[in-house]
Design a protein around this ligand. Sequence first.
Ligand code: ZN
Length: 182
Amino acid sequence: MLKTKEILDEKDKRLRQISKEVVFPLTKEDKKLIQKMIEYLTDSQIEEKAEKYDLRPGMGMAAIQLGVAKRYFVVVHEVEEGTFDTYVIINPKIISNSEEMIYVELGEGCLSVNRDVEGIVPRYARVTIEGYNELGQKITVRGREELSIAFQHELDHLDGILFTDHIDKDNPYAGEELYRAI
Ligand code: ZN
């Protein structure tokens, strides 16, 4: 089982690497890691489990957050209480996006950023992503609202970008009127 302390902290320079494209078939290690990521993200959103195993609640994780510089991420989205949609996307690319931009009003979060960070991170309200599943089959996934934000946040990790990079430090709420808060 993955432990919270295994997740790299924002100060760790490895998070700044550009992750490399995955070559199929997946290695055993990658398959195992993906299962651990799914398990962590799911359990972390179930209160009793999060408490019991000391997990930080999160809906997304990129491989680089565990020190593996490969282009894949997992998002576990709670669609209603106790019901989760799980996305494993390998070599993802945004192929289309809405013009409309949104941001998380309470501030975005990240399993690698262990503090509250205020400010606006503008994201597309809707995105379509193309990538591959664990079997190497091409997939197309659409996300809107918080799922869209999660996809963009995780994609950023693959390019060494943290959500905090998007925030104007002198004016964290700059451009507020241009985007819709969710
Ligand atoms: Zn993150």
